[in-house]
Ligand binder design. Sequence first.
Ligand SMILES: Cc1cc2nc3c(=O)[nH]c(=O)nc-3n(C[C@H](O)[C@H](O)[C@H](O)COP(=O)(O)OP(=O)(O)OC[C@H]3O[C@@H](n4cnc5c(N)ncnc54)[C@H](O)[C@@H]3O)c2cc1C
Length: 500
Amino acid sequence: MKVGIIGGGASGIMSAIAISKKAKDLKLNDISITIHESNDVLGKKILASGNGQCNLTNKSISINNYQSSNKSILSKILNSFTYDDCINIWREFGLLTVDEKGWVYPNTKQSKTVVSILERELDRYNIKIKYNSLVEKVEYNNKTFTLKCTDKIMTEVSKSKPDFKNEDKNKSKKTITMTNTYEYNRLIISTGGQGSAVKGSNGSGYIFARKLGHKITQVLPGLVGLKTSGLNTSGIKSFRIISKLKFTHIYDENFPKEDFDYLENNDEIIITKLENSFQVEVKGEVQITYYGISGIPVFQLSTFISKILSKDKTIDITIDFLPDFSKEYIVEFLLMAYWNNPIISLKELLKGLFPEELIDIIFVNENNRYKNKLNDQLKKELDFIKDDINKPLVELYKLKVKDIVLDEYNIAIFISDIIGKFKNFNISVYDTNGFKNAQGCLGGISLEDINPKNMESKIIKGLYFGGEVTDVLGQCGGYNLHYAWATGNIIGDNFFEEMN
Ligand SMILES: Cc1cc2nc3c(=O)[nH]c(=O)nc-3n(C[C@H](O)[C@H](O)[C@H](O)COP(=O)(O)OP(=O)(O)OC[C@H]3O[C@@H](n4cnc5c(N)ncnc54)[C@H](O)[C@@H]3O)c2cc1C
């Protein structure tokens, strides 16, 4: 039996190993497995995962951590490959794992350890890898899958004028592109979704599946940064700051309550239910970057926001840049610093609280915001902030609130006003940062067309789907790699069922 796998990512690799293991258990010798991978290496996404540390599963795997348009089928898939099953597989491979607040990593904290162990297993089972093999077309006729591929082969060519002193310099590398056709009795499509195109997933799996008669649910970027207006970040070097993001969602026919129930099951997200709406709050390390906001808390919200944006809506978010401290506490804290050094500038005063980049952004932003909205008189009064941020606070204060006596009370109000801006900063999200930069995809091949027992198509026998290409997206925290390992194993474990 010839088995073809499209995609050498987490799911494709795991299915190849699991099928081989099962074949060995059943003493089936006539099984040949080939992985077609368009990149020149395997597991590019695994290598990039968890910031190069590979967050490979999570202690609290449950249906509540995933989105899919068919949760009952997804539930069956997750139940057949639990957290313990996942840890056992890695134990069998000799990979020691560590858990940090439930997020599980290899003990080396290096993604390359995971890929190299998987490569060793592939090698052990003699699985063929066709690197630089881009599958362009998939056809199915007479129980045979035919793949049309563009294969790139690197060859060494000798130079016409050899250098006899330095033989190493006599050869150069050349890429030859060829179109080849391959035939398989069974096929696994594990091409990933459309996210992070640079890592090789370009959505081709959806095209193959659709042509073979399968439904594809709406595909949107998930686990992705958000483009915002209101934060003047163009040209900045990105930085991170612990913040709380807050927004209110009003239910409507496009976004009924049930659509977002999954948010309630996320430990890091606080939901307050109101009559016609609910408020969502998430705290964590937010990255402020040139296009807007990113980082894990933003990713956690992005799948929800991605859906709203797909219906042409914008979403307003309030950011608290000091979520662990009350305004009162900070005002008192800064007053002490101020009385200790009464000629301190506003910027110096705030420097102990926030990254300098944020201070600049907030005040530039304030300037622009007021310039657009306020009358000339007020503009004049507020224009000082950016230019005079380095002036002693006292001078600044006098510029702003002329004719008022400078006393402890007034300076406290002035500081409180300024801190208020950092604790209640309003921005508007108008887009996601796109598929190219997404760590996952919402939607994909409908689970309704897949048998959860073995991930086989309900439409074509001998065709299987694994990983991100299917309509499943997990939260950040190891859930997506877990799903990729799970589907790979489920395919392998049940691959020879009818032969048992
Ligand atoms: C930067 C980043 C960080 C992440 N961090 C984490 C994390 O820490 N934890 C976690 O759980 N998840 C993480 N994810 C998500 C996780 O990596 C993916 O969900 C998982 O790798 C999906 O595995 P897959 O095998 O389904 O698809 P992929 O890993 O995308 O593999 C698909 C493979 O198929 C190949 N391919 C596609 N089309 C073709 C074709 N036509 N012909 C030949 N080859 C093709 C691609 O080159 C690719 O190698 C991260 C993702 C990214 C992008």
